[in-house]
Design a protein around this ligand. Structure first.
Ligand SMILES: [Fe+2]
Length: 143
């Protein structure tokens, strides 16, 4: 298993709530590294991941909609693709053909890649919009 992921300041999208949610996702991803020591953990991670992404994606999409973000449609597409991936991989897990330890490793690698790329490119792309949106009700931190 690779080193655990650590959230960095450069991942900040300028909105504390979204940053906190991204940090929560990183924690969930890191839990996958413990599958070998605690068999079955992956099932719990999947469950929490589903609930978590649901909350996170909808919070993000709501803010983007409120600030009239031009690339919202494309951004939503990425979120939906993620949800589809999650449901497919959960199915693979429930069928039980792949060893949970190996599946945890594969899922871990995919999620690290996805989250970091998604935050650093797609999420970063909306940073400015959210920061200048006058009607956003959240506090932004946009230095
Ligand atoms: Fe996003």
């Amino acid at each position: 298993m690779p080193e655990k992921l650590i959230w960095k300041e450069e991942y900040s999208v300028g909105v504390p709530l979204l940053d906190q949610q991204h940090q929560g996702l990183i924690e969930l991803i890191n839990l996958l590294s413990d599958e070998k020591a605690k068999p079955g953990l992956i099932g719990q991670v999947f469950q929490e991941l589903e609930a978590y992404t649901k909350d996170h994606f909808s919070a993000e999409e709501k803010m983007l909609k409120a600030s009239d973000y031009g690339a919202l449609k494309a951004h939503k597409k990425e979120h939906r693709a993620f949800e589809q991936w999650l449901s497919a991989v959960r199915q693979t897990y429930s069928v039980g053909v792949t060893s949970p330890t190996i599946l945890a490793e594969t899922v871990n690698a995919f999620l690290r890649d996805w989250l970091i790329n998604h935050i650093l490119s797609s999420d970063m792309a909306y940073k400015e919009t959210l920061c200048i949106a006058a009607d956003t009700k959240h506090e932004a931190n946009c230095e």
